[in-house]
Design a binder for this molecule. Structure first.
Ligand code: BG6
Length: 267
C-alpha cells in the first residue's frame, strides 16, 4: 500500500493514500498516540483498522444508500504537497475529487481535502467543497482510534450534561459525569462545544473540534469486538474511539461552491 512517512524533530506520522488514512502518529520519546490493530488488513478496498479513518460523505448509516461510513476511507487520495514549516512542523495535504466510480455511488461533484499538521500536536482539517450545480448534504467523522493502556483505566471528560443518542438502544440520554467503560459504548454526543479530554493511567490527551457539534464515543467491548473485522477478539482493551463529527442532526448542507471544514486538534 502506498504510504507517506514524515519524521520531523518532534513527531512522526504515517499516512496511507487509500483513505488519506493516518495510521500512525507518535511524539519523540512517547508511545504512539493512535491505536493500530496488529491484524489489520492493509489491502486496497478494505479500511485499515485503527488510526484515523475518514468517514465521508456519510457517518455510519446516516445515508442508507451509501456503505457504512461512506466511501472515502477506501478511496485513493492524491498527495498534493508536503510543506516543512519548520524543523518541528510538517504539513501534508491530500485530496480526493469525484470520479466515474464515486459518481456511480454518490451523484455529486466534490473536492475533499485533508490537511494534516504534524508537530507535538496533530491537527487534521477535512475540507469539503461542493463542485456540483446542486446542493448536497454530508455527515462525516474523523474516526480517531486512541491507543490506551487498558480501557478500564480510561475516563473521558468534557461531555458531562451533554445529550447523546445511545446507538445501542436508540434512546436519547443525558451524560452524567465522566465516561468510563465497563461494557459496550456507542454514543453520539450532541451540542459539544468544549474540548474533550481523554484521561488514561499515564497520559492525558485533549481533543479540540471545530466546525462540529457532535462527537462519537465508541468501544465495542467483548462480544462486538470478537465479531469485528481486522482486529483480535481482545483488542477492545487497547483503544477508545473519540470521533470528531458532523453526525445525525449535526449534518452539513453545502450549496454549489460552498465549503465546510471539520477540524480536530489533538494535543
Ligand atoms: C463507530 C460506530 O463510529 O464505528 C460503531 O459508532 C461502529 O457502531 C464503528 O461499529 C466501526 O465501524 P466499522 O464500519 O469501521 O466497523
Amino acid at each position: 500500500m502506498e504510504i507517506i512517512e514524515i519524521n520531523n524533530a518532534v513527531a512522526s506520522v504515517k499516512i496511507a493514500l487509500q483513505g488519506a488514512h493516518i495510521f500512525h502518529y507518535q511524539r519523540k520519546g512517547e508511545e504512539p498516540l493512535l491505536w493500530l490493530s496488529d491484524t489489520s488488513d492493509f489491502e486496497y478496498g478494505k479500511a485499515i483498522r485503527g488510526g484515523v479513518p475518514i468517514c465521508w460523505p456519510s457517518f455510519g448509516m446516516n445515508n442508507p444508500e451509501l456503505p457504512q461510513h461512506g466511501f472515502a476511507r477506501t478511496a485513493k487520495f492524491v498527495h498534493v504537497e508536503t510543506k516543512e514549516i519548520d524543523e518541528s512542523t510538517t504539513e501534508v495535504t491530500l485530496k480526493l475529487t469525484h470520479s466515474k466510480e464515486t459518481l456511480l455511488i454518490w451523484a455529486y461533484q466534490f473536492d475533499l481535502e485533508l490537511k494534516v499538521s504534524i508537530s507535538d500536536t496533530l491537527t487534521m482539517e477535512l475540507k469539503t467543497t461542493n463542485k456540483d450545480s446542486r446542493s448536497f448534504t454530508i455527515t462525516q467523522a474523523l474516526h480517531t482510534y486512541f491507543s490506551v493502556s487498558d480501557i478500564l483505566h480510561v475516563e473521558i471528560k468534557g461531555l458531562d450534561k451533554k445529550p447523546y443518542l445511545d446507538a445501542l438502544t436508540n434512546k436519547q440520554c443525558l451524560q452524567n459525569g465522566d465516561i468510563v467503560f465497563r461494557n459496550e459504548v456507542d454514543r453520539v454526543y450532541q451540542e459539544v462545544d468544549s474540548e474533550i479530554v481523554l484521561k488514561d493511567k499515564n497520559r492525558t490527551v485533549n481533543i479540540k473540534n471545530e466546525g462540529s457539534s457532535s462527537a462519537v464515543v465508541w468501544n465495542p467491548w467483548i462480544e462486538k469486538g470478537s465479531r469485528m473485522s481486522g482486529m483480535k477478539a481482545d483488542a477492545y482493551k487497547q483503544f477508545v474511539c473519540i470521533e470528531s463529527a458532523n453526525a445525525f442532526e449535526d449534518f452539513v448542507v453545502l450549496e454549489p461552491n460552498e465549503s465546510h471544514t471539520l477540524k480536530a486538534t489533538i494535543y
